[in-house]
Design a protein. Structure first.
Lengths: 68, 311
């Protein structure tokens, strides 16, 4: 399946291919992002790392670290 | 994953593996902050608290929470912000803070480096680089900002300055000072800062001390505070950044290392405070703030920068 991911810290949107029944935590592993660094938002709602992803999902990874 | 308390969809999983929905996460977060304030005596009944705000999510979330908690004593709370003069960064952040305070009728006191010291941080950094003064931007910013906040908190009659520092910030500072071999700086940490009492010091307190940066962010998002990501242009020169990334990487393989670091440090803190509390403080001959030397660090920076100012 394919999901669209916006990585706030990099101000970058990527299209990522994942295996079926992948979760946010699998996506973070691929992107090499630590779960403590981001708040995942799936289709506009805050979710946990255990959230299952579906084809066509739009995920935002909001940065928890301050920029200063 | 669902909330352990109501079976709605979880927005957060605690370190112990507990799922929490937005409503129960807010309750969990606020309870943790209130417990920290009470257990460590951060704010006593009737005290006047000045919240040091940067315009970022942590300090704005703290201001929002304290403003609500102190709803029966609102004359005792206000916000302070320092405009260091970092073009494209602080001006953007402060715009949001001014708006937030206006919407919520929160008194906000704003001061700038330019009006107080005669130069912006951008100008000071340029002077330092051009003249090889070797003063790092974060050092200039931190020292001058703390000095201004202390001066104005005292002048305005506040007994505490509350900052949005969280568990991640504290874990980073502890590790940085361990690695640099700075035990006297370690002794100043903890939920209440400082080791030497002096009437010139307004004590700084950290109500978010046991909340992670991720928890702060979720709380800010759930309470409608904007979570943007504007990076300070001087951030790249920061040692803290490397420590932060190292701790986050470690925390993803060994969950809870940041909690462990801070909690173990707190067990040693009374010993450190005892060891370093005997050092006496004088007062800066230039500004009168408490100082370990004849001239405080803020005035030393100003003395180094000022001769190079044009006009």
């Amino acid at each position: 399946m394919r999901v669209k991911v916006f990585i706030q810290r990099l101000r970058e949107t990527r299209i990522i291919d994942l295996e079926e029944d992948s979760r946010i935590e699998d996506l973070l592993k691929i992107l090499r992002i630590s779960a403590s660094e981001v708040v995942p938002v799936r289709n506009g709602l805050i979710v946990t790392e255990k959230e299952l992803l579906r084809e066509g999902d739009e995920v935002k990874l909001l940065s928890v670290v301050s920029g200063g | 994953m669902v909330c352990e308390d109501c079976e709605k969809k979880a927005v957060y999983i605690s370190l112990s593996g507990r799922g929490l929905c937005s409503k129960h996460f807010k309750k969990y977060f606020e309870t943790k902050v209130i417990r920290t304030i009470k257990k460590h005596g951060l704010i006593e009944y009737g005290e006047r608290v000045l919240v040091a705000c940067s315009g970022g999510k942590d300090s704005t979330a703290l201001l929002s929470l304290l403003w609500r908690l102190m709803r029966n004593k609102r004359e005792n709370i206000a916000a302070i912000a320092i405009d260091e003069g970092i073009s494209g960064y602080r001006d953007v952040k402060l715009k949001g803070l001014v708006e937030f305070c206006r919407e919520n009728n929160i008194p906000l006191h704003t001061y700038s480096f330019k009006e107080q010291y005669g130069f912006t941080l951008d100008e000071a950094v340029k002077i330092s680089r051009e003249n090889r003064l070797k003063i790092k931007p974060c050092y200039i910013c931190g020292v001058l900002r703390r000095s201004l906040i202390n001066t104005h908190a005292r002048r305005l009659g506040f007994s505490k300055v509350a900052t949005g520092h969280n568990l991640d910030d504290e874990a980073q500072t502890i590790l940085m000072n361990y690695l640099r071999g700075n035990p006297s700086l370690l002794a100043r940490l903890g939920p209440k800062t400082g080791i030497v009492e002096d009437e010139g010091f307004v004590q700084r307190v950290k109500p978010f001390y046991f909340c992670t940066e991720k928890e702060d962010t979720i709380y800010a998002l759930l309470t409608g505070i904007e979570v943007d990501f504007v990076e300070c242009p001087y951030h790249v020169e920061n040692y803290r950044l490397e420590i932060r990334d190292f701790l986050n990487r470690l925390d993803s393989t060994v969950p809870g290392v940041k909690h462990g670091l801070v909690n173990n440090f707190l067990k040693m803190l009374p010993l450190l405070k005892r060891e370093y509390s005997s050092r006496s403080l004088g007062h800066c001959r230039v500004c009168g703030n408490p100082a370990a030397r004849e001239v405080c660090r803020a005035c030393m920076i100003v003395e180094k920068i000022k001769p190079f100012l044009r006009g």
